[in-house]
Structure formats: structure tokens, C-alpha cells
Design a protein around this ligand. Structure first.
Ligand code: MLT
Length: 328
């Protein structure tokens, strides 16, 4: 019996000692469940840089695991070793995919340690440069008149771009359905849009601001309740509420997660580093430049983060069940 107690004590001491030195110089992978070059990837790379600053000698890196609206990457982290070296950066998909994928390989509320939320990102309705429309009204009328001949890109069923596109089309009540074109992320979708291979997309400002400013895509509206009048580029576009869609108000939030069972000392180290990263002037400036806002309220606390996602899951599930459209 004494041997067991000695072994258990040794194990506890070694986990404790390990947690004190975490992360050391071993890489901490922030898994992005979408392709490189898209909005989630952008947030993750900026966050990795800000987190590195908070823990001298640490090495936060981004790894992309693509597919199925972000659920392949989320499942990779759910099943990863709970040692703090594999994290997930996921957005509203953490709450929407359980409603859309009825056979999800993981349980969002049980298979993760919630590490705190990162930022809120508006979305923009954008079109290919050749689209014969320059105002939102022209755009909506053109899409309504030609829906059956046009297509809309997104990052997979359950992705933010997919949800936004669905919501918008439901409000516009196009007589025929548009063809939806899925990509591994809105990074590659943006390349197709700029090249005119797809007609339109609803995507996060972290991916669209630069392309709008560069004139490589046409922008028509933002998805927030009010226009983004403080942003030098986005202030030129109306909100969909201003265009008559009364309750349209969509902002994409991002959160950080570790596998369930990650030691509390490690999740505390990660949450402390996250909270400091969110106060890093450079990280704040990068987000604001892209139309995003870092979280400053209590959603940076793990318990509040989990409560927020649980509430979002209930809201989204009601809407998905009402529509009766699922991904599997
Ligand atoms: C989404 O549309 O859900 C994601 O923002 C896509 C991405 O990050 O590539």
C-alpha cells in the first residue's frame, strides 16, 4: 500500500513540477480548424505573437487542421494529450456545430477546458469585382433577380461564413436558392472571389478589410446592428439593419480551449498569458485595424467563457431546429 502512496505522490509531484515549468521551450500549438490565410488563422497568428511576449522563451505556433466546418480541428484538440501543448482557437462554430452536426465526434461542453475569449469580429457582405452593383440596394436586387444563377462561398457547413450566408439569404427571401461553394476556409474562398470564380461571400472583417481597401472585392454592408462608423474603411458601408433587416446583428467571437483534464496550474498559466495578451497595445491595434475588438469584459474568465458559449448553443440550436437544415 505504501508503495502505491509513494507512486501517487511522485506522480502528483511530477505533474506539479511540470506545470511550474510549463511551457518551457516546447512548442504550444494553437490549432486553427480552417485553412491558413483566413480570418481565424489571422487572429491565431496575432494571438500567438502576443502570447509569446507574455511568457519569455515560450514558443506559441499555429497549426491548421481543416475540414467539416471546423469540427475536424476541434476534434483533434478534444482528443489531444491534456498537457497544455495543443490548444484550439475556435469561433461561433464551437456553439453552432453541435446544432448542425448531430453526430459530432466530441462534446463541446465536456471535452474542453475553457481558457477565455479573445475578440469579437464583425462580418461584411462582399462580392466579386465584376458584380454589376455598387450599393447594397443594387446588390440585393441583383442577387434576388438572379439567385438561381449565382453562387455564394463559405468555409464549410457550420462555419461563420456559412451561417451568415444562410441568415442573409433567409432575410432576402431569394425566390431560388443560390449555389453554395464550400472551401477549407475563407482564405482560399477569398482568392476565388477576387478571381471571379465565385460571386459573393459573407466574411469576417479580419479577412476582408485589406481586400476592400485594395479594391480587390466589392463591399456592400456590415452585419453588426450599427454601422462601423469609427473604422476608416468599414464606415463607408451600411449595416443590414439600416437596409431594412430589422434583427440582423451578427458578430463572430473567438475563444481559446485546451483538452479536458489539462492540469489547473497549466490552464491558469495560459489564461493569465491570454489576459495579458489582450492588453498588449500591438495586439489591440492589429484587431482594431481589422475592424475587430479584443474582449475586455468578464468573458476572459474561463467560467464566464463557458457560460457564454452554453447560452450561444441554446440560441443557435433553436434557430437551426426551426430551419430543420443539418450538416449530417
Ligand atoms: C468561417 O467562415 O467560419 C471562418 O472564419 C473561416 C476561416 O477562418 O477561414
Amino acid at each position: 500500500m505504501k508503495q502505491w502512496i509513494a507512486l501517487a505522490t511522485l506522480a502528483a509531484v511530477s505533474v506539479g513540477a511540470y506545470a511550474q515549468t510549463f511551457p518551457g521551450n516546447k512548442p504550444v500549438a494553437i490549432v486553427v480548424p480552417f485553412s491558413a490565410g483566413g480570418p481565424t488563422d489571422r487572429v491565431a497568428r496575432d494571438l500567438a505573437e502576443a502570447m509569446r511576449k507574455q511568457i519569455p522563451g515560450s514558443n506559441f505556433v499555429v497549426e491548421n487542421t481543416v475540414g467539416a466546418g471546423g469540427t475536424i480541428g476541434a476534434n483533434r484538440v478534444a482528443k489531444a494529450a491534456p498537457n497544455g501543448h495543443t490548444l484550439l482557437l475556435f469561433h461561433i462554430g464551437m456553439a453552432s456545430t453541435p446544432a448542425l452536426y448531430r453526430k459530432l465526434a466530441y462534446k463541446p461542453m465536456e471535452d474542453f477546458e475553457y481558457l477565455g475569449m479573445v475578440n469579437d469580429v464583425p462580418m461584411t457582405l462582399i462580392g466579386k469585382p465584376q458584380l454589376p452593383a455598387n450599393t447594397y440596394r443594387d446588390f440585393e436586387n441583383y442577387i434576388r433577380a438572379n439567385a438561381g444563377k449565382l453562387n455564394i462561398a463559405h468555409a464549410g457547413l457550420g462555419s461563420a461564413s456559412h451561417l451568415c450566408g444562410l441568415l442573409w439569404q433567409t432575410n432576402v427571401q431569394t425566390k431560388e436558392a443560390m449555389t453554395t461553394i464550400p472551401f477549407g476556409g475563407t482564405g482560399p474562398a477569398m482568392t476565388a472571389l477576387i478571381g471571379g470564380q465565385v460571386d459573393m461571400m459573407c466574411d469576417q472583417t479580419t479577412n476582408t478589410v485589406g481586400q476592400i481597401e485594395g479594391g480587390r472585392v466589392k463591399a456592400f454592408a456590415v452585419t453588426t446592428a450599427k454601422p462601423l462608423s469609427n473604422h476608416p474603411v468599414l464606415k463607408h458601408y451600411p449595416s443590414l439593419q439600416e437596409m431594412g433587416m430589422k434583427n440582423f446583428n451578427l458578430t463572430i467571437w473567438h475563444g481559446l480551449y485546451a483538452p479536458k483534464g489539462t492540469p489547473a496550474a497549466i490552464t491558469k498559466t495560459l489564461n493569465d498569458a491570454l489576459k495579458k495578451a489582450l492588453k498588449d497595445p500591438e495586439f489591440i491595434k492589429k484587431n482594431e485595424g481589422l475592424g475587430a475588438l479584443v474582449v475586455t469584459d468578464n468573458r476572459t474568465d474561463p467560467a464566464e467563457h463557458k457560460k457564454f458559449v452554453a447560452a450561444e448553443m441554446v440560441k443557435i440550436k433553436a434557430a437551426v431546429d426551426a430551419a430543420g437544415k443539418y450538416a449530417d
